[in-house]
Design a protein around this ligand. Structure first.
Ligand SMILES: *[C@@H]1O[C@H](CO)[C@@H](O)[C@H](O)[C@H]1NC(C)=O
Ligand SMILES: *[C@@H]1O[C@H](CO)[C@@H](O)[C@H](O)[C@H]1NC(C)=O
Length: 363
């Protein structure tokens, strides 16, 4: 049967099903693709073929500057023999409530088109039939967020969301009250207040491989207490032990007290040192960020900006927890030790005057 007529019949039929006219945009229900006048007696048969769009990993972590693949596959049930003309559309959801969309790319058959800052940087992988995975080259920090892979086949569209975030950074954290003050639950909360979570063993292990050396014991998400040593030394568990993670094993979650290893992975927004003529006390620092349309930065946000955006600033600034720190990516004179890192002055009295780091979310 003529394609136009068959489509037309589907439309009529759909109107019977959805008298309100408005078809649901992301329908998960059955949908009828093909209309066949099977026996020539004027009877119409509908063969129900359902389109599925799926992603094996709803969240992908990557580092700035790398190439990343956001997985997306589609298939039909029951399986169909003849290839169908599908349209694949990728877009980014740029508001928390999903109300704003930014087009990334549209592909129909072998033809495709990319948009805005994605032009020349994106393509579909198409490794196998139904592969609609998106490859983004030279990832930049604005690329993080929620992406929707939408497959449109005739009248039906289905979609799946994949989150793209930056690979995380682990940082040690201790309470304003001093070293080894946090039980497990307080450690968890302390990380959350800094825009982070308690690190897992794997995350701390990766951080140790990347050079984290820290001589204070901290809680991990699995309820163990450990610390990472790169340069074995007497003051740090002994100089005759191999480098590695030193574990105290599982500890009592209420009675035992340590510091925490926190992990922050997502960086949506920007951390910056607020330029202002005079240094400020802690309350003034909070106000100054608000005044600038932002908020005083959390420790996790500063670490993420340092690690993944190369934030480098030799000025000590207040952070939300009342600590004073500054991020260094390239060592230089009069700026503390030469290795990259986030330097901390601990928690000075709040009337002291310093700079301030603010955080502005893109949304
Ligand atoms: C990303 O992909 C481009 C083009 O395929 C390639 O030239 C480049 O080396 C890749 N970059 C990385 C970091 O793998
Ligand atoms: C900071 O200075 C303001 C005056 O500018 C003062 O009202 C406030 O109490 C001070 N805050 C602290 C923590 O000392």
């Amino acid at each position: 049967m003529d394609m136009w007529i068959s489509r037309h019949l589907v439309v009529i039929w759909l109107h019977l099903l959805y008298p309100s006219e408005a078809l649901p945009r992301y329908s998960n229900g059955f949908f009828y693709q093909d209309v066949m006048n099977g026996n020539g007696n004027g009877e119409i048969f509908y063969s129900g073929v359902r389109l599925y769009v799926e992603s094996p990993s709803p969240s992908v972590a990557a580092v700035q500057g790398s190439n990343v693949t956001l997985p997306c596959h589609y298939r039909y049930e029951p399986e169909i023999k003849t290839p169908r003309r599908t349209r694949v559309k990728w877009f980014r959801v740029t508001a928390n409530d999903g109300s704003r969309e930014e087009d990334v790319m549209v592909a129909i058959g072998a033809r495709h088109r990319s948009y805005g800052g994605y032009q020349g940087r994106v393509r579909l992988r198409r490794d196998a039939p139904g592969d609609a995975s998106l490859i983004i080259n030279s990832l930049n920090v604005d690329d993080t967020g929620f992406y929707r892979c939408e497959v449109i086949d005739g009248l039906e569209d289905e979609s799946v969301t994949v989150e793209l975030e930056f690979r995380g950074v682990v940082f040690p954290y201790h309470s304003p009250r001093g070293r080894y003050q946090l039980n497990f639950h307080e450690a968890k909360q302390a990380c959350e207040e800094q825009g982070a979570t308690l690190a897992t063993f794997d995350q701390l292990f990766v951080a140790w491989q990347e050079g984290l050396d820290w001589c204070n014991v901290g809680w991990l998400a699995d309820g163990t207490a450990q610390y990472p040593v790169s340069n074995p030394r007497a003051a740090c568990g002994g100089s005759d032990l191999a480098p590695g993670l030193r574990s105290y094993g599982p500890r009592h979650q209420h009675l035992d007290r340590f510091d925490a290893f926190c992990f922050t992975s997502s960086l949506r927004g920007a951390v910056y040192f607020l330029e202002q003529p005079l240094k400020v006390n802690f309350t003034e620092a909070q106000q100054a960020c608000l005044h600038d349309g932002s908020q005083i930065a959390k420790v996790g946000q500063l670490y993420a900006a340092w690690r993944f955006l190369g934030l480098d600033r030799c000025d000590a600034g207040w952070l939300a927890d009342g600590s004073v720190r500054y991020p260094i990516t390239s060592g230089r004179q009069n700026c503390g030790p030469r290795e990259p890192g986030v330097r901390t002055f601990g928690y000075p009295p709040r009337h002291q005057k310093h700079g301030v780091y603010c955080y502005k979310s893109h949304w």
